[in-house]
Design a protein around this ligand. Structure first.
Ligand code: G3P
Length: 217
């Protein structure tokens, strides 16, 4: 499974990219507005740091507006992926852009039929929001399973399932078990992925035994 960071915080991205385990980045208007800096510069910096796909979302809701913004966003860097919302206009924009070989991430997906239509519109990525479904008492992980089952029936579907709105390590484990292509993870959860109290405890006792022995490597 590819791991993307769901962040527009360049300092956090730089820090977590040090081990080269970050395959891409997703941003959204809420995340970019939090950065407080010019969004184009933020995206430029992110694209310089991470060579994989970086999703940048249109904010227009009409079709001509979406297409116009897509052109502007595409010029920021070669690895920009255009993110459009799963609306009627978003699907049309996805179809037009995909035909022109522009990669599109269709976001705000909450149902299997939405995912099916995005795939038919040529989306490179579909972003089901699992945490937000959990928030309303539904099962977000189940949606990933449903989309996976549908997509695997059709050889001509090349849309990657990008599990978004991840809220816990448990979410990451569950979507990996299902076989999501990508999980986009907030930096806070990413840091929890490599931590275990027994690792820390084990290392502490190894090092204390080593120190007592007086040996050196
Ligand atoms: O980037 C889209 C998505 O991951 C947002 O997550 O936590 O705001 O529901 P969240």
């Amino acid at each position: 499974m590819e791991i993307f960071l769901d962040s527009s915080d360049i300092n956090e991205i730089k820090l977590l990219n040090k081990a080269n385990l970050v395959d891409g980045i997703t941003t959204n208007p809420s995340l970019l507005s939090k950065s407080g800096n010019d969004f184009k510069n933020v995206l430029k910096d992110i694209c310089k740091e991470v060579s994989g796909p970086v999703s940048a979302e249109v904010t227009a809701t009409d079709l001509p507006g979406m297409l116009k913004e897509a052109e502007i966003l595409k010029k920021i860097a070669k690895n920009i992926i255009i993110k459009v919302p799963l609306t009627w206009n978003g699907l049309q924009a996805c179809e037009i852009l995909s035909k022109k070989k522009t990669k599109v991430n269709v976001t705000l997906c909450f149902s299997p039929t939405q995912a099916l239509l995005a795939a038919k519109a040529g989306a490179s990525y579909i972003s089901p929001f699992i945490g937000r479904l959990d928030d309303i008492g539904e099962n977000g992980v189940e949606l990933i399973q449903e989309i996976k089952s549908i997509y695997k029936n059709y050889k001509n579907i090349n849309t990657k399932i990008l599990a978004a709105s991840i809220r816990s390590v448990e979410h990451v484990i569950k979507v990996a078990k299902i076989g999501a292509d990508v999980a986009t993870i907030p930096t806070k959860i990413f840091k929890e992925l490599y931590k275990h109290s027994l690792t820390d405890k084990g290392l502490e006792s190894f090092l204390s035994d080593w120190k007592k022995s007086g040996m050196q490597i």
